[in-house]
Design a protein around this ligand. Structure first.
Ligand code: GCB
Length: 591
């Protein structure tokens, strides 16, 4: 799944802008021909979630239609034309000039359909996309489960703690490619002393024989290898003597250009390796700590929609805290984010939308497994060439049936979800490993979940809330329990541990002496203690605070004004006291 580009062989037309929009709660749009135009509509920005653009749409998650028109020039004629949607959450159906061209399940990942035969050249073309985001138990992530969260039940009824924003969240583009085109490129980099290697596999859309070249620029001189296509596939390795390796400290990017008789495609390449050894993560053979945040794509008005100025600002703020890493909690972020991370040198744990997987009935588990596997396939296909992506995460907080926040496993009867959970999680980890043996794999574990679920991970992700959900206001005891638990997990598995979440809700501007829960002082103290505990343990390979910024969650008595307030920054990106604590630890400042 290559990112569409414009060059001398390919064309790209970005349809971002104001589209026509109309809700369709009774599903009358298709028979009524809305794919050809909406009877009455209101303006809606694309990309963007619909929920925050109009007050009455805040809670609307059912079917809705987006329609726009675009001119397609005849200079594209003779090429193959596709429509590509960056993300439609949760289910999208695409129509071109009234004809249904395809549908896709699952948000946060791109999909494309060929539309060559439906295009009107040198004329206006109608594009309609219907999107719906119903919460269902068999979807990933799931909602509307029969089980309830008791007094913490939320509106809407998600199983997860973020607002289920709906809509076209990323750009919709038309692009054209030659009849025989480069369908995919896989780049795997290696290091041998001071030299690098760039191994390339190029796949064409047809099983043809032919010649091509791969050229790497950005070093002292361009390096080139010939490509010989057989059955539409060519493989070659470029040695890069005296290579400049990609890292969080020096995110150096080369440009790889693949050329065939008819096509040309360029992408950025960072030469790096990633591995684990004992309790450490090694980037280019050197120990690296992955410090930073769990985040969300979330902002006022744009919801989960691509917001480029916000993205640039967030990277600047993360750097200001000294962070060098983050997790795409709880779904793959935009391709533009990944490109910026390559350029800015962030180390990413890339996560599918498998938040709070439940292991209830065989039927439900099988339905979710199918979706999760599809999400892993699509995420790896999309992100496999980004040097910034160093780890695949196939689940966040899979849930035991009887969650007890008491912490360490043991003592009580085995949880009924343990067996089915282990089987499913190991299937997901195996799929990610099989598709990409060059990166690390993980699942992010919940407090009180079975330790056995960690067994097949390369790195153990631990979300722990000692001092917040458990032992709130008792930071001495909480610290003690945290230390015990980290040591026990290390002793059991001997693998690097990243604390993928720890945090305390904090109302910006609320102060306390003594520092009670919800005050800025409490969050600062809580974070400082966690970072000290980690600093004393060699097997902690990263500390990722929950969360980078306050974000829209669901309405419940646990979420003031519908916000999760564990941000180090507010939703409008103002620092809380704890941001300065991070700087103390993560930025080595001259006196
Ligand atoms: C978690 C979840 C995250 C929540 C967080 C919280 O463990 O992974 O999605 O937002 O806790 O703040 O409760």
């Amino acid at each position: 799944m290559l990112y569409p580009i414009q060059n001398d062989r390919r064309n790209k037309l970005d349809l971002s802008g104001i589209w026509d929009f109309k809700t369709d709660p009774d599903s009358v749009g298709e028979p009524a021909g809305w794919a050809n135009g909406l009877p009455d509509s209101r303006p809606m920005a694309v990309p963007g979630s619909w929920n925050e653009q109009y007050e009455d749409l805040f809670g609307y998650l059912d079917l809705a239609w987006y329609v726009t028109r675009t001119f397609v020039p005849s200079t594209w004629q003779g090429q193959r034309v596709f429509i590509r949607v960056g993300s439609a959450n949760y289910h999208g159906t695409v129509y071109v000039n009234g004809v249904k061209v395809g549908e896709h399940e699952g948000g946060h990942l791109p999909f494309a359909f060929e539309i060559t035969d439906h295009v009107r050249w040198d004329a206006e073309n109608g594009v309609a996309i219907s999107v719906e985001n119903e919460l269902r138990p068999t979807r990933v992530p799931s909602g509307n489960m029969t089980s309830s969260m008791g007094m913490f039940a939320s509106t809407p009824r998600t199983t997860f703690d973020f607002y289920p924003f709906a809509g076209l969240h990323r750009p919709v583009v038309l692009y054209s490619v030659p009849q025989t085109y480069i369908e995919d490129i896989t780049v795997v980099t290696g290091i041998d002393g001071a030299d690098g290697t760039v191994a390339i596999t190029v796949t064409l859309n047809a099983p043809v024989t032919g010649q091509g070249t791969a050229t790497l620029t950005g070093g002292s001189q361009p390096l080139q290898v010939p490509l010989s296509f057989k059955d539409g596939v060519a493989q070659a390795t470029l040695p890069v003597p005296g290579a400049r390796f990609w890292s969080d400290k020096d995110p150096y990017l080369y440009t790889l250009t693949v050329k065939t008789d008819s096509d040309r495609y360029s992408l950025q390449v960072g030469i790096r390796t990633i591995a684990v050894q004992g309790g450490h993560i090694l980037l280019n053979g050197q120990r690296v700590q992955m410090n930073g945040f769990g985040r969300h794509e979330d902002f006022i008005a744009s919801g989960k929609g691509l917001n480029l100025p916000l993205m640039v600002k967030d990277y600047q703020l993360m750097r200001w805290t000294g962070a060098n890493a983050y997790r795409t909690s709880h779904y793959p972020y935009s391709e533009e984010e990944m490109q910026l991370a390559d350029r800015e040198g962030f180390l990413i744990i890339d996560e599918i939308p498998a938040v709070s997987l439940q292991f209830d009935t065989d039927e439900n588990i099988a339905a979710r497994l199918r979706v999760c596997l599809q999400q892993i396939d699509e995420m790896i296909a999309r992100d496999k060439n980004h040097p910034s992506v160093v780890m695949w995460c196939v689940a966040n907080e899979p849930m035991p049936r009887n969650l007890s926040l008491a912490g360490l496993e043991g003592g009580g009867p085995a949880d009924p979800a343990e067996g089915p959970g282990k089987a499913m999680l190991e299937t997901l980890l195996a799929r990610a490993r099989e598709l990409d043996p060059t990166r690390l794999v993980t699942i992010v574990t919940v407090m009180g979940g079975p330790l056995s679920w960690m067994e097949q991970c390369d790195v153990i992700g631990m979300n722990r809330y000692w001092g917040w959900y458990v032992l709130g206001g008792e930071l001495d005891k909480a610290q003690n329990r945290l230390e015990q638990e980290l040591d026990a997990v290390w002793e059991k598995w001997g693998k690097p541990i990243i604390m993928t979440e720890f945090g305390a809700d904090t109302m910006a501007g609320m102060h306390g002496h003594p520092d009670v829960m919800w005050t800025e002082e409490y969050q600062a103290d809580y974070i400082r203690r966690h970072l000290k505990v980690a600093a004393a343990r060699d097997f902690i390979a990263g500390m990722q605070v929950w969360n980078f910024a306050d974000f829209a969650a669901v309405q419940s008595i646990a979420r003031v004004a519908g916000l999760n307030m564990k941000g180090i920054f507010t939703r409008t990106r103002q620092p809380k006291l704890a941001a300065h604590v991070l700087r103390e630890f993560w930025v080595k400042q001259p006196d």
